[in-house]
Design a protein around this ligand. Structure first.
Ligand code: ATP
Length: 348
């Protein structure tokens, strides 16, 4: 294992354990305030946990508690943090910014500059070597920041939403660059974009309330989410309950579904179904086996060439024609109906 980490920060309700293999990229996702930035800050040495232990390539980053008080300074950790904003030194040229890390590590100036130019070429910014940050676009500055992070030869790359501050034209180039850069080195990337998790990461970790809510290969987590957050990313309806008969017993009553493997009764389980499988009726629809939920419409929003109807914490996709026929407006009482065959049930 290249990187192992376990830390608790009581003040922030943060308690997370994580490990990474030699070339593994993990995407960290979760709602605002879940603890994503705290995770990177503790690893980078910017926030000191109450207790915990982390090792990178056999070196201890910190070991606190159990009578230990070991704490390596940020610049001795072998980690590089790439933030949302490039945070380049404004008075230095792009090349000097990139050369800064190797220079600090004792590399002679000429050699450090040669390395810097190589890294800038590598991120398609070789022609920008002589410019200062004020003369760079957001996308160019972020590419220079990537070169600077890589020039320090970090054992672990930490990326805090690197695409967030970029416009839609600059983001694709940086995404392609990161895909190449992350392929052969361990990295942790915070992202709100499910596409980035799919494209850049081997695995996704979902944080909720300072804890890991679920983790696994990105496709698997999106296909079979076990947290409300991951279900939201995958665009699926997600109802928690306990397994009962051929479905689950939830706060809204029994939901009939099907499961690949039988789930013993009384176990925490979820019912998951896509909005495209949900129909909207003005009166209760009978006939079985199907589920009907009476809800008040809260939102109507465009979703591709469909309209997404939300109510009671559930979503249904209908055509604009159906919306007009039904005369739907927010506040109206409707029945959301989904066939049992479209509802997946699995244990939590
Ligand atoms: N400097 C701080 N001092 C005390 N508590 C903090 C500090 N920064 C963040 N917190 C708290 O720690 C928790 C985790 O916050 P953190 O910034 O790590 O979340 P996040 O997942 O990165 O959120 P976001 O997506 O909004 O950036 C939150 O409850 C937050 O209020």
């Amino acid at each position: 294992m290249t990187f192992s980490f376990q830390a608790a920060v009581a003040e922030r309700g943060f308690d997370v354990g994580l490990s990474l293999g030699p070339t593994e990229t993990v995407a960290v996702m979760g709602p605002n305030g879940a603890g994503k930035s705290t995770l990177l800050s503790v690893i980078a040495g910017l926030v000191r946990p109450d207790r915990g232990r982390a090792e990178l390539n056999g070196r201890t980053l910190f070991h606190l508690g159990d009578g230990e008080k070991r704490w390596a300074a940020p610049h001795h950790r072998g980690t590089a943090l790439l933030a949302q904003e490039p945070l380049l030194f404004p008075h230095l040229t792009a090349a000097d910014n990139v050369a800064f890390g190797p220079r600090s590590a004792g590399t002679p100036r000429r050699q450090a500059m040669e390395q810097a130019v190589r890294w800038l070429d590598d991120v398609e910014a070789g022609n920008l070597a002589g410019r200062r940050p004020a003369e760079l676009s957001g996308g160019q500055a972020q590419r220079v920041a990537v070169a600077r992070a890589l020039a320090a030869d970090p054992g672990l790359l930490l990326l805090d939403e690197p695409m967030a501050a970029l416009d839609i034209h600059s983001a694709p180039l940086l995404r392609r660059l990161l895909k190449r850069v992350l392929a052969d080195r361990p990295a942790i990337i915070i992202t709100h974009d499910v596409l980035d998790a799919l494209m850049l990461a081997d695995r996704v970790v979902i944080l909720e309330n300072g804890r890991i809510a679920e983790e696994g290969p990105t496709r698997q987590v999106l296909h079979k989410p076990r947290s409300a957050f991951a279900a939201g990313l995958a665009g699926l309806n997600f109802v928690v309950g306990t397994s009962a008969g051929d479905g689950i017993l939830a706060a809204r009553g029994h939901i009939a579904g099907h499961s690949e493997d039988p789930v013993p009764a009384g176990r925490p389980a979820v019912a998951v179904f896509p909005p495209s499988a949900v129909s909207v009726f003005l009166t209760d629809a009978h006939g079985s086996p199907r589920n009907s939920f009476e809800v008040a419409v809260t939102d109507l929003e465009p979703h591709g060439d469909q309209v997404r109807v939300r109510g009671g914490g559930l979503a249904a996709d209908i055509t604009p024609a159906a919306l007009t026929d039904l005369g739907l407006v927010p506040g109206m009482a409707v029945h959301l109906v989904v066939k049992a065959a479209a509802v997946s049930v699995y244990p939590l």
